[in-house]
Design a protein. Structure first.
Length: 94
């Protein structure tokens, strides 16, 4: 895997580990996939860390040929939820 990344060959990590009828232990946690992936493929060099997050984001979009629609750029669709926290917990000293 290091050789692919070092030679600008697109590498992406993905999963289908979602809680459903066939796999009740799934959780959809892509950070877990990234953690396992960079350790098992030994992408732990200092220069790797700047691009490792791309393995579970932008590189997958390139693989699926949707990089024109995916990403944080002007003109691309936004898909997010804004939450307002109204509850504040008491001070731990109280």
């Amino acid at each position: 895997m290091k050789e692919f990344v070092d030679n600008d060959i697109n590498v992406a990590f993905g999963q289908d580990s979602i809680v459903d009828l066939w796999y009740p232990a799934g959780n959809g946690n892509m950070m877990n996939i990234l953690d396992n992936g960079i350790h098992s493929s030994q992408l732990m060099r200092e220069e790797d860390f700047a691009r490792n997050f791309d393995l579970v984001t932008y590189n997958g979009a390139k693989l699926m040929k949707i990089e024109d629609e995916y990403g944080l750029d002007e003109g691309k669709p936004a898909n997010f939820i804004v939450l307002c926290l109204l509850y504040t917990s008491p001070s731990p000293r109280d």
